[in-house]
Design a protein around this ligand. Structure first.
Ligand SMILES: C=CC1=C(C)c2cc3[nH]c(cc4nc(cc5[nH]c(cc1n2)c(C)c5CCC(=O)O)C(CCC(=O)O)=C4C)c(C)c3C=C
Ligand SMILES: [Fe+2]
Ligand SMILES: [Fe+2]
Length: 364
């Protein structure tokens, strides 16, 4: 039986449920202090990593403290990590990293690009989905907080919520920690919504095709043809792979599928891992070392693309397009291109909408 009954009526007065009580019954009076009941809608929460509230010392410190205190991100025992973080990293890192953020900051809105782009993705997804769902967005670290945006969805009557970690490849340090944050909020609730989590989409043909088209379009705008293209993914410590995190394998698969879709050899298009942090070994090959080695070996023209990032951010705009361009050029490279992320372009929105519509089946 698919007939929909106005849920508000059911909740306020079960005796009026026409399915259970076809004969009209006198409505039961509601107690005057009966709380408002809002229900019957579906919410979609896009979740990304987060970005500092500003580029000066204190906002940077607050952001780094929240990020680097997450046990899903840093698995070093607390007794060792606490003094390292509080006495060294949080004193030394906010200054230089704040300057890096300042170089990519969206000054018009006074926010990091990750925020601007994620908001754009939310607005465009809402427009594409129409009134069938309420779309919102949140950040795992900083603002807007996951718990507050879940509450906002509940306040609008969403009793079913699809959580969408905006990471094509699953990692405990990204997708899982975003979901932890949502589940932590649910733990406080008397009346929890029903929740679904969208899975990684690292090998989804719609995503692979969007990446391949975006790279082709990016290359078409260049006045040179790269000899090598790197698909660079954010790294994680190698120990996370050894403990069973599927991230490494999902990145390699994405890289291979994009390469095959584009018809390149493994020499022409290679997977590398960037953004190493600390002294531990991370996933290899490292992007920065590869860029330097390519330049030193005589490669003159190269391009980099970052398929693991749904939005451009510090790690792409400053690290790939800035730092790595510099490494290439100072080691003899001549022409370097950074191809932007899918962001909220039509191609990018096609991927997000595809994932969301698929995961909402049966709900809308
Ligand atoms: C130290 C451990 C870190 C792990 C593990 C890690 C994994 C990881 N991160 C992303 C995506 C992003 N990371 C970003 C910035 C960033 N990452 C770390 C550390 C780890 N990341 C730090 C300390 C920072 C802040 C900048 C810095 O101090 O270096 C960003 C950019 C955010 C922005 O505001 O622009 C993204 C995005 C992924 C996908 C990932 C593992 C799969
Ligand atoms: Fe990171
Ligand atoms: Fe692997």
């Amino acid at each position: 039986m698919n007939e929909r009954v106005e849920p508000d009526t059911l909740l306020r007065d079960p005796l009026r449920d026409p399915l259970r009580n076809p004969v009209p019954v006198a409505p039961t009076a509601l107690p005057p202090d009966h709380p408002a009941v809002r229900t019957g809608r579906v919410g979609v929460l896009l979740m990304n990593l987060g970005t500092p509230e500003g580029t000066s010392y204190w906002p940077m410190r607050r952001y780094l403290k929240e990020f680097l205190s997450d046990r899903r991100v840093i698995e070093v025992p607390r007794l060792i990590w606490w003094p390292l973080l509080n006495l060294i990293i949080l004193t030394k890192r906010p200054g230089p990293k704040g300057r890096d953020y300042a170089s990519i900051w969206n000054n018009a809105l006074d926010e990091g690009p990750l925020k601007t782009i994620t908001r754009g993705q939310c607005e465009k997804l809402q427009a594409a989905m129409g009134d069938s769902v309420v779309v919102d967005w949140a950040m795992r670290y900083g603002k807007p907080e996951v718990s507050l945006r879940i509450q906002a969805l509940l306040d609008q009557g969403c009793d079913r919520i699809l959580l969408v970690p905006l990471y094509p490849q699953y990692a405990a340090a990204t997708s899982a920690t975003a979901c932890d944050q949502a589940f932590k909020a649910l733990m406080q609730m008397r009346w929890q919504p029903s929740v679904r989590v969208s899975p990684p989409y690292h090998d989804d043909p719609v995503y692979i095709e969007a990446m391949a088209r975006s790279i082709r379009e990016g290359l078409a705008k260049l006045d040179f043809e790269p000899e090598v293209i790197l698909t660079s993914f954010h790294g994680v410590p190698k120990s996370y792979l050894l403990k069973g995190d599927p991230y490494h394998c999902q990145c390699l698969k994405t890289g291979r599928l994009i390469r095959e879709a584009m018809g390149y050899t493994p020499e022409q298009m290679r997977v590398t891992f960037q953004s190493r942090f600390g002294n531990e070994e991370w996933l290899k090959p490292y992007t920065d070392e590869t860029v330097q080695a390519l330049a030193k070996s005589g490669v003159k023209r190269m391009a980099i693309v970052a398929p693991g990032f749904t939005a451009d951010c510090l790690e792409t705009l400053e690290e790939l397009d800035g730092e790595n361009r510099h490494y290439f050029e100072e080691n003899g490279g001549e022409q370097f291109a950074y191809i932007p992320c899918l962001n909220d372009t039509d191609l990018g929105m096609r991927v997000i909408e595809h994932v969301v519509r698929r995961e909402l089946q049966g709900w809308v």
